[in-house]
Design a protein around this ligand. Sequence first.
Ligand code: HAM
Length: 417
Amino acid sequence: MPSFATSPGTRDILAPDAARWRAFQQVFADGVETAGFTHIIPPMFEDLGVFLRVGESTEIVTKEMYDFEDKGGRRIALRPEQTASVCRAFVEHRPTTPWKVWYAGPNFRYEKPQQGRYRQFDQVGVEVLGVDDPMLDAEVIGLAINFYRRLGLSGVEVRLNSLGDSGDRDRYSAALHAHFSGNADSLSPESRSTLERNPLRVLDSKRPEDASLIAAAPRMSDHLSEAAATHFSAVQDALRRAGVDFVVDDRLVRGLDYYRRTTFEFVSTRLTAAHTAIGGGGRYDGLVAALGGPDTSGIGFALGLDRTLLACDAEGVFGAPRSRIEVFVVDATGGREAESICAHLRAAGIGSDRAYDQRSMKAQMKSADRSGAALCIIVGDDERLAQSVIIRTMEGGSQQTVSRADLVSHVTRMLGH
Ligand code: HAM
């Protein structure tokens, strides 16, 4: 028989990590719903055209898209991110603005798998449509920072930049093109080819041979229109008022083409190598219009769940939640006692489990140990006859006999509920 394993870049998330993922999404939802965001669940695949709008010259579109023709002859793609889907939903449903939504779920990019980089990866994120106010930019960044704090992370740096309006961006791109192509011989071959597709992305090169030309390249800050510069300085003022530390990094270009004005990235200072960016976002004021909607400004971010949990591991915070099993029932009489005691405890909201197949006492005690339960309930022939049970603490091993009628109240008290 053939046997199968997960495809490259995908993983099974097993216990206890799966519960940690759920807790992560819950902490995020609690934070953003308190700030007025409502939940949106976009589909995991859509018309390829929706995602082409994230930038025809980006690697996400040219190299990494999971696109295919479905059985109805439609060009479909698995979503590589959710911002474009949210904007498509906005155009489709025309909700009143400001429209503030949050999402959580998997995305798909055909990347080279390595630690912190997967082909299926999860994000949580927010988007706000219909607001120009720079105060919102700072508020959105603050939401992410508060979330990181709630996880217990302390080593997260905010890198901030403005890519200007579309005219500024085009002028800057032309200036970069002129600078790099004038010195193309000293660029790496990879950067020479990037230069023809998207001069801004050359700034992202980490190749040592490109470093000196990048350091001497023109600066975005010198190409901002007055309106974009005013917006950017208002964002910085609002961040200072909110007590959010940030570093202005005018080499921050991001991997998607739709950004205008404010862009930012959250970087873990505790991770190394390729996966230090644990989240990112910015304004994308032209995207709704590019998807056939009215001129509408937008801003948001997405945080990589997989990478953020690696950062949590590196800082020793936000561990997996404890097992929900609080009581393990060991039945030496064949199993019917465990059956009724578990039913009784579960109906009272007490997490309980048991063994099956009439295993030996020793085997059942081993299962009790593995279950993570704080208490073990033991029933033998004597207890069955006397309608009592033995309650034993797993730590310390102290035990007492109580009547079946008082079981729930005893257990509740011992668990400290
Ligand atoms: P992004 O920078 O492409 O932005 O992704 C955001 C985060 O998702 C990254 O910082 C990273 O933590 C995580 N991530 C991306 N690719 C992978 C991967 N292959 N494996 C693991 N984690 C990954 C966006 O997706 C934009 N939609 C963000 C946004 C929202 N901009 C405005 N609104």
